[in-house]
Design a protein around this ligand. Structure first.
Ligand code: CMP
Length: 138
């Protein structure tokens, strides 16, 4: 049994896509064991995306991620890290497969509706960034 962090980004919340994303997880048999709405400060967004600090999009993505509320979720299930990534589709919606969240809803590589952890180690770090143990209903 694995856990991963999912974020509905500011564009997804603003456009009323929280329910759509939740429905896709539930329809796939993925359990939501933690969930909260939060608005990141710029500084918190910089810390969350610190692995990307040398990348040209760092300023822009941290600005965007602190521009409005987000919904953070802990997902649980068998191979859930990869299954969530399959549901999301490629980072760039132009490359995303048909039927994925990003293909269906993302407007560009930055406003791509959802974030998902990419590996077990990042999943642990990212879940710990937003949730403490009593906020997860395991
Ligand atoms: P995410 O999975 O949240 O991780 C980093 C985010 O930076 C990524 O999704 C994109 O939304 C955003 N981003 C913007 N430009 C790029 C880019 N050129 N390559 C990768 N990610 C980018």
């Amino acid at each position: 049994m694995e856990r991963t962090l999912s974020i509905v980004k500011p564009d997804g919340v603003e456009r009323g896509l929280v329910g759509e994303v939740v429905k896709r997880f539930e329809n796939a048999g993925i359990r939501i064991v933690g969930m909260r709405m939060v608005r990141l400060t710029r500084d918190q967004a910089k810390r969350f995306y610190a692995v990307h600090r040398e990348r040209p999009f760092y300023d822009s993505v941290t600005q965007f991620m602190s521009s409005g509320p987000i919904v953070v979720m802990v997902l649980e299930g068998d191979r859930v890290i990869q299954r969530n990534r399959d549901l999301m589709g490629a980072t760039n919606p132009k490359d995303a497969a048909a039927g994925t969240i990003r293909k269906d809803f993302a407007t560009d590589i930055e406003k791509n509706v959802v974030h998902g952890s990419d590996a077990p180690e990042t999943a642990r770090t990212e879940i710990d960034f937003f949730f403490n143990a009593i906020e997860i209903c395991g």
